[in-house]
Design a protein around this ligand. Structure first.
Ligand SMILES: [Zn+2]
Length: 92
C-alpha cells in the first residue's frame, strides 16, 4: 500500500503552467464556491470533522488524511522509512 510518490520536474512545471494560465478562472471559481456554500453550515461541519481525522502512515507518523500524499514525498517520511528498515526485528 505504501510507496514513495514523487512528481517529476516535468509534471511540476506543467502544473505550474496550468495554474498560471487559469489563475483568474480558479480565483473566480473559489470565490463563487465560497459564496454559494457559505450558508451550508452542516456541510462545513462535516468537512471539518473529516479534516481532523488522523491516520497512521506506514512510517509510524500520525497525519491528517489529506496530507498523506504530500507527506509521502517529504524527507521526513524517507528518513523514518530508512530508520524503520534498519531497526532490529524485535523492536518493531
Ligand atoms: Zn510517512
Amino acid at each position: 500500500m505504501c510507496s514513495v510518490v514523487s512528481k517529476t520536474e516535468k509534471q511540476n512545471q506543467a502544473s505550474k503552467r496550468w495554474k498560471d494560465k487559469n489563475k483568474e478562472a480558479i480565483k473566480s471559481y473559489n470565490q463563487n464556491y465560497y459564496k454559494n456554500n457559505k450558508s451550508n453550515k452542516a456541510r462545513y461541519d462535516e468537512y471539518n470533522k473529516k479534516r481532523k481525522v488522523k491516520v497512521e502512515c506506514c512510517c509510524g507518523k500520525f497525519i491528517q488524511i489529506q496530507n498523506l500524499k504530500k507527506h509521502m514525498i517529504t524527507s521526513i517520511h524517507g528518513k523514518r522509512m530508512i530508520l524503520k528498515e534498519c531497526r532490529p526485528v524485535s523492536r518493531l
